[in-house]
Ligand binder design. Structure first.
Ligand code: ADP
Ligand code: MG
Length: 307
């Protein structure tokens, strides 16, 4: 499925949530990364036809989604960032209810539900009431309802919230399988959620797309800019830079990732870029100007601190 987002804009009364935004999505997993307030959920809601854009359009296989709304919705799976459940229903009953809203026959639904519940490891509790479920279990039911109609376009808004590390691994396998035949757009503000999962990345901030491309292309774009610096030499950091994460090296000394066009310190060692470096660079690159007035700041070790 090809989804073309063309000059999409969204304004609320006093707030511009999306500036004109154009993207093209094909089969694969797209990680939509951005801090809170970036506009990720707004974009998802428009793609899910829950909200209308102020301007612009979304085309699916060359047809406007609002003109083929019924067919489009039958191919769509959506996990909103927050959604209501009926606490008295069991997990299975809730999924049967959603299936009936989606127009899936009860026989087909029963089979799909059985298989999905197995895949998210909820078979044993499927006939317990939802009010007895943990946050992670509810989230897994939410993922099941998005997959009920075997969607060719799957929208997942912060899907890993509430999942423990084991559940995250299961979730990744499930999505990888799903993405073999469909387009998946997965939003998160936690970069590691899409590491080893997304083939493409879209970075958003303040309602704008700052970067988009294949993971490797985006890593290539920051080649030669990622450094490891021993923490003890922080005070001597020069040139505008972005501070990334902290790590302990093999000798037990703390090191910090630093993003800078040139070596920020005589002790700096160039290293390969990770997805987190790509994210931090794109979110903060406006601060990497050649204006040296900011240099030699005291560093507090926070991710994304601008020096
Ligand atoms: P994200 O999902 O990336 O955290 P959102 O899409 O939820 O971002 O929000 C983008 C911006 O739009 C935020 O500043 C938010 O406050 C604003 N916004 C979202 N929904 C509404 C609404 N219904 N009314 C007014 N402002 C909104
Ligand atoms: Mg959101």
């Amino acid at each position: 499925m090809n989804i073309k987002i063309d000059q999409l804009e969204k304004s609320y009364k006093k707030k511009k949530a999306l500036y004109p935004l154009s993207l093209s999505l094909n089969t694969g997993i797209y990680g939509l990364l951005g801090p809170n307030g970036a506009g990720k959920s707004t974009l998802m809601n428009i793609l899910a036809t829950v909200e209308k854009p102020t301007h612009g359009k979304v085309m699916v296989d060359n047809q406007e989604i609002w003109q083929i709304e019924k067919i489009y919705k039958s191919k769509l799976g959506y996990l909103p960032q927050t959604f209501g459940m009926m606490p008295e229903l069991t997990g299975r009953e809730f999924l049967m209810y959603i299936a009936s809203l989606k127009g899936i026959s009860s026989k087909e639904a029963a089979n799909n539900i059985q298989s999905l519940l197995q895949q998210v490891n909820l078979t044993e509790v499927a006939d317990n009431a939802l009010h007895s479920y943990s946050g992670g279990m509810k989230q897994r039911i939410g993922i099941c309802q998005a997959l009920l109609n075997r969607p060719s376009f799957l929208l997942l808004d912060e899907p890993t919230v509430g999942l423990d590390p084991d559940e995250r691994i299961h979730f990744k396998h499930l999505i990888l399988k799903q993405a073999e035949h469909s387009t998946v757009l997965l939003s998160t503000h936690i970069v590691s959620d899409v590491e080893a999962l997304a083939t493409h990345i879209i970075v958003m901030k303040h309602g704008r797309v700052l970067a988009t491309g294949k993971v490797n292309e985006l890593k290539q774009a920051v080649k030669g800019m990622i450094w490891k610096v021993p923490n003890k030499s922080h005070s001597s950091l020069s040139y505008p830079h972005i501070i990334g994460s902290n790590h302990m090296n093999n000798d037990g000394f703390e090191e910090t990732k630093v993003i800078s066009f040139v070596s920020p310190s005589p002790q700096a060692i160039p290293v390969e870029a990770t997805l987190e470096d790509v994210y931090l660079y794109n979110i903060h690159k406006d601060k990497l100007s050649t204006d040296n007035s900011n240099i030699n700041n005291n560093l507090n070790g926070q991710d994304g601190w601008i020096g």
